[in-house]
Design a binder for this molecule. Structure first.
Ligand SMILES: [Zn+2]
Length: 450
């Protein structure tokens, strides 16, 4: 028997209390893949996800290739029906300074219709949206599914390529749903169709063999911090536009993101000017950005009266869709080597990189998704949006499964605060996201079954 929209609405409403309880159980497991954290918690969270998928009638295995455990759950497609891969990740970001949290990050609490906790949105709610859709169908699932829940997304997905390579046949699918992004606003869904790439690098300048007395020697010597500061200022022009030759960028994003909303969501202090040219969406989606994330230098309280011999900055370059991490790194490196002032040396090293991506969101799977979103949000049509952040493995999926339609969805809204303190999930929007995913599976089955 096949379920229609009315059936699925009722089924999702029926399943939500259980889905919420299981989400809270997942949030209580502090599974962080970063170095120095207790990785037995990542094992626990993989086990918990595996158990949830078994409960949906899937055949489940926990897999790993040198990194943290991922969970793969499968159910074969009915004859002629398509297979849909449902991606999410079960690891979470570290919590940072616990004092910045209003309540314990690993004890989920509801306040004003939002569920607070680390991973409550990113991405344990993504995991539970998949589970909710599967539970809504019960035995009447009209598509084949592969649920793929990674365990080290927040730590760079280092072994993801190996996992995908080793399990390519199991992961093969017609449609890939990546539930790790967000919606345009509360009440307005979105499909994410472009993401920036990333190059993180270090630049270390050297001017002296060792620190020397700042009184005895100060004057003719360019100390390392002054050299570094000057070098960093060459990365932008006076308007704050990125000034590195060779980086790709373009203007022309189609959605309006009002400056006051951006200022509000970013917590930008009054009087601070925005830098660069173009609309806000151009600047966060389709143009490169360069920021300095940290500097190794003496702490001010401990700084002696001495000229520093070396100083090191961590520089983050967000790449526009269409750029390439290797050539972008080469361009930034050449820029730093060219502009280091006063004859000092600079050593540039790569920390990590990831490709940007653009998705051509046309065709039957995208139509099926848009119809599902519009129905779940009571007539609000989804926005095609870009994301300034990066999910580099989408490019991997594009390469490996060139014929699959990739849908980047998610449960976050502009107030979710993923990666920050007081991360939270809007529970009303979460139910819509769960319904949207169930309707998406129904629509994809209707559109693609042969
Ligand atoms: Zn995520």
């Amino acid at each position: 028997m096949s379920l229609n929209e009315t059936d699925l609405r009722a089924a999702i409403a029926r399943e939500m209390p259980g889905v919420r309880a299981d989400l809270e159980r997942l949030v209580r497991i502090p599974g962080i893949a970063f170095e120095g954290f207790d990785h037995t918690q990542v094992e626990r969270s993989a086990e918990a996800v595996a158990e949830l998928l078994r409960g949906c009638g899937l055949e489940v295995e926990i897999v790993r290739h040198g990194g943290q455990p991922a969970v793969i759950g499968r159910k074969a497609a009915p004859p002629g029906a398509p297979t849909v891969l449902l991606y999410a990740h079960h690891d979470v970001q570290p919590v940072g300074d616990p004092a910045l949290w209003t309540s314990d990050p690993f004890e989920p609490v509801e306040r004003d219709g939002r569920l607070y906790g680390r991973g409550a949105a990113d991405d344990k709610a993504g995991v539970m949206a998949h589970v909710a859709a599967l539970r809504a169908f019960g035995d009447a699932l009209p598509v084949g599914v592969v649920v793929f829940v990674e365990g080290e997304e927040e730590y760079g997905s280092d072994s993801l390529n190996e996992i995908i390579a080793a399990h390519t046949d199991e992961l093969r699918s017609d449609v890939i749903v990546i539930a790790d992004s967000g919606n345009w606003d509360i009440g307005r869904p979105a499909l994410t169709t472009s993401l920036r790439g990333l190059v993180n690098l270090f630049a270390e300048v050297k001017v002296l063999k060792n620190a020397v007395h700042s009184g005895m020697f100060g004057g003719p010597i360019p100390d390392a911090l002054m050299v570094l500061a000057r070098l960093l200022t060459t990365l932008h022009d006076d308007d704050g536009e990125v000034a590195v030759d060779g980086l790709v960028g373009r203007e022309g994003a189609s959605v309006d993101y009002p400056e006051d909303r951006y200022r509000h969501e970013g917590g930008i202090l009054d009087g601070v000017k925005l830098i660069g040219h173009g609309t806000i969406t151009d600047r966060i989606w389709t143009k490169p950005a360069i920021s300095v994330l940290g500097i190794d230098a003496p702490r001010t309280l401990e700084a002696a009266n001495a000229l520093q011999p070396t100083a090191k900055a961590k520089i983050s370059v967000r790449l526009a869709p269409g750029d390439d991490p290797k050539s972008a790194y080469a361009a930034v490196r050449a820029h730093l080597e060219k502009y280091v002032p006063w004859g000092a040396s600079v050593e540039v090293t790569l920390e990590s990189d990831g490709s940007p991506c653009v998705i051509d969101a046309t065709g039957p799977a995208y139509d099926a998704a848009r119809a599902a979103f519009t129905a779940a949000w009571d007539g609000a049509t989804p926005v095609d949006m870009g994301v300034g952040g990066s999910i580099p493995f989408i490019a991997t999926f594009q390469e490996l499964f060139p014929r699959a339609s990739i849908l980047v969805t998610g449960v976050e809204d502009p107030y979710s605060g993923a990666h920050g303190p007081d991360e939270s999930l809007h529970l009303g929007e979460f139910e819509r996201a769960c319904l949207a995913e169930a309707l998406l599976l129904k629509n994809v089955a209707e559109a693609l079954t042969t």
